[in-house]
Design a protein around this ligand. Structure first.
Ligand code: UD1
Ligand code: MG
Length: 455
């Protein structure tokens, strides 16, 4: 009986050298993003989640930016796009010599789950030790897919590309998703024997099944879910990938104990990390790097990225939290408030119409409506430091760098450019003048002038 191997012996080759012309883009196809990251990164992370650590991404020579995006995973260059078999061949020099199993996936088929990858590995490592395990599926429309040719016992005999298929073969519903798990010991020899005598004149990876059968080896297939096997070729496919991924992410948030008032209008990022008893209102959008503790409420129409929110905080409606925002326990961020690279202490409140950037706001401080931290002089950014229990009156401009001490009060309408000590009152408002009866005299005078003009 074959010993079960650990996933550390499994390597993966992710093919991404195709041209992607239908995206109509200057950017390599696999760098187009959904749910906050590049397509190819979704594939690589599903592999990592399945425990596969050795990964190689095959790209074309002119694929700018892919190498940086997938680092530290290495890339292999396929100089000419001669087919999927040739693409795998270009990765062989980087492949771990001791790999027991080699998975082949497509960088533009980004919805594959870690569970399905594990299922493929388990099937490959089962006692009958098939040389090739193909992930098959039954798409609604089979046009363009290779068909799986099976014998009466369900073993896989060959994969026939649609362009090379007989009318009978075209009627087969089980299609090749493109994903395979291959015996690492046989891969080199199988790839070395591929030819290109076919309708497309390409080296088809799919031909390794028939070659393995000629060697007397067994090949098989497992069935996958069409929702995981969408291939992205166009912008419309990309939008469909986003839609399907959002369904998963919403499900994940809800099974983790969050209430989503209108799930279909909430957009998560692949890494949105949400605690229990979090309530999220309609039309909330998350960018990358958001962590939300338990019992947080996020009200409608908020946009949040690169932010940590501590327990009990209430955000929005219409709040914008940008990278580097750290919202303390029980803090409040209200409507039309933008916070960037700033820390709000425990119980601090910024409830209306404010910009708090590059700042520290101490515990229990209250920031009045229309407060602006003037953090940028056109060249450099500076910090505003507000102590604990301070009170900033409405419509205050805090010209950074500036410090407001614990318990200080700033009068409404002030422009604060010098530090304010603890418990001090600072106010820069011009003194108020009172002129008795002035308004009445003004109205009488104006009305008289207007009447004279009408005559
Ligand atoms: C391939 C399969 C087909 C399967 C279908 C599923 C082959 C011969 N056919 O066909 O059986 O049903 O996928 O979507 O494998 N690539 C390279 N270098 C190349 C050619 C392709 O890296 O020279 C990459 C592409 O970037 C893409 C993947 O391989 O990620 C598949 O290539 P594609 O041209 O889309 O193959 P299909 O004709 O769709
Ligand atoms: Mg394709």
């Amino acid at each position: 009986m074959t010993k079960l191997q650990s996933t550390s012996d499994v390597s993966a080759i992710v093919l991404a050298a195709g041209l992607g012309t239908r995206m109509k883009s200057k950017k390599p196809k696999v760098l187009h993003q959904f749910a906050g990251r590049a397509m190819v990164s979704h594939v690589l992370s599903a592999l990592t989640e399945a425990g596969v650590t050795h990964k190689i991404v095959v790209i074309s020579e002119d694929a700018k930016g892919v190498e940086e995006a997938v680092a530290p995973d290495p890339v292999a260059i396929q100089r000419q796009q001669l087919g999927t078999g040739d693409a795998v061949k270009s990765a062989l020099p980087l492949l771990d010599e001791n790999a027991s199993d080699v998975l082949v996936l497509f960088g533009a088929d980004p919805l594959i789950s870690a569970q399905t990858i594990s299922r493929m590995i388990d099937r490959r490592q089962a006692p009958d030790n098939p040389a090739v395990v193909v992930l098959g599926f039954c798409p609604e429309n089979s046009a363009g897919y290779g068909r799986l040719i099976t014998d009466k016992d369900g073993h896989l005999e060959a994969i026939v590309e649609e362009k090379d298929a007989t009318p009978d073969q075209i009627r087969i519903d089980i299609c090749n998703s493109g994903i395979m798990a291959i015996d690492g010991k046989r891969l080199k020899s199988l790839i070395g024997r591929l030819g290109n005598d076919n309708a497309k004149g390409e080296y088809y990876l799919t031909d390794i099944v028939a070659l393995a059968r000629e060697d007397g080896a067994n090949c098989t297939w497992v069935e996958g879910d069409a929702d995981e096997l969408l291939g992205v070729d166009t912008r419309a496919d990309l939008a469909e990938a986003e839609r399907l991924m959002q369904i998963r992410l919403r499900q994940r948030a809800m099974s983790g104990g969050a209430t989503l008032i209108d799930p279909d209008s909430i957009f998560f990022c692949y890494d949105t990390d949400i605690g229990q008893d979090v309530v999220i209102g309609p039309n909330v959008v998350f960018g990358p790097g958001v962590t939300i503790a338990d019992n947080v409420e996020i009200k409608a129409f908020s946009h949040i990225e690169g932010t940590t929110i501590a327990e009990g905080a209430v955000i929005g409606p219409y709040a914008r939290l940008r990278p580097g925002a750290e919202i303390g326990q029980d803090a409040r961020v209200g409507n039309f408030v933008e916070i960037k690279n700033a820390v709000l202490g425990h119980g601090a409140k910024v409830n209306h119409l404010s910009y708090i950037g590059d700042a520290d706001v101490g515990a229990k401080s209250n920031i009045g409506a229309g407060t602006i931290t003037c953090n940028y002089d056109g060249f450099l950014k500076s910090r505003t430091e507000i102590g604990k229990g301070a009170f900033i009156g409405s419509n205050t401009a805090l010209v950074a760098p500036v410090r407001i001490g614990d318990g200080a009060i700033v009068g409404a309408g002030s422009t604060i450019s010098k530090d304010v000590s603890g418990d001090e009152l600072a106010v820069t408002r011009a003194p108020q003048k009172a002129v008795e009866g002035w308004a009445r005299r003004f109205r009488t005078d104006r009305q008289a002038k207007k009447n004279a003009l009408k005559k």
